[in-house]
Design a protein around this ligand. Structure first.
Ligand SMILES: Cc1cc2nc3c(=O)[nH]c(=O)nc-3n(C[C@H](O)[C@H](O)[C@H](O)COP(=O)(O)O)c2cc1C
Length: 175
């Protein structure tokens, strides 16, 4: 028997899904959750929750994040020319929530982190991180693509925090 859908408890096979816009396709695209952090030479720290993250190249090691042009992070990442992609573990939902509150200034308050060699804050307790120097930015539509070259990477096997249909979810089994 096929696995039931997490939304309806049943899989409808007879009809194609309804036509929707891009936002309403992507809401059902389950993703891992990262918090991308950076700092200016002045010491100002900033960061935001990001799910639009993917690897681009292994050699050299390049990764991509897509940030809304209007986000405060867009100008700050361009200025700082560095950032760290922190991959959140399943017990870090509160960090994801904190870093996605619009215009929230106190995101680093009471947060366990240290400053990495690359100059960006690295969060403790994550699955891992990719500390990057900015290699290229491309403005496309209402988002800016930031391509970063990895300077230092770290990871360990932990269960990830996931996001789908505006909800945080967790893996409950491994196939
Ligand atoms: C799970 C999740 C994933 C998100 N992914 C992205 C993303 O990939 N790119 C983006 O620009 N904003 C993303 N956001 C929204 C930002 O985290 C949010 O708008 C944040 O407030 C932006 O920071 P700012 O207020 O300092 O501009 C995401 C939010 C959540 C909850």
């Amino acid at each position: 028997m096929s696995k039931p859908s997490i939304f309806t408890g049943e899989i409808k096979k007879s009809q194609p899904p309804p036509l929707v816009d891009l936002r309403n396709v992507m809401r059902y695209f389950a993703s891992a959750v990262t918090v991308v952090t950076s700092a200016l030479d002045s010491g100002e720290r900033f960061g935001l929750t990001v799910s639009a993250f993917t690897s681009v190249s292994l050699n050299p090691p390049l990764v991509l994040i897509c940030i809304r042009n209007e986000s405060t992070a867009t100008d700050l990442f361009k200025k700082a020319k560095r950032y760290c992609v922190n991959i959140l573990a399943e017990d870090q939902q509160s960090i994801a929530e904190k870093f996605s509150l619009q215009g929230e200034g106190g995101r680093f308050e009471n947060l366990d982190y240290y400053m990495g060699k690359g100059g960006s804050p690295i969060l403790q307790g994550c699955i891992g991180y990719i500390d990057c120097k900015l290699a290229e930015t491309i403005v496309l539509g209402d988002h800016t693509l930031f391509i970063g070259q990895a300077l230092e990477l770290a990871a360990e096997k932990k269960r990830p925090l996931l996001y789908i249909d505006k909800h945080y979810v967790w893996l409950d089994e491994k196939k």
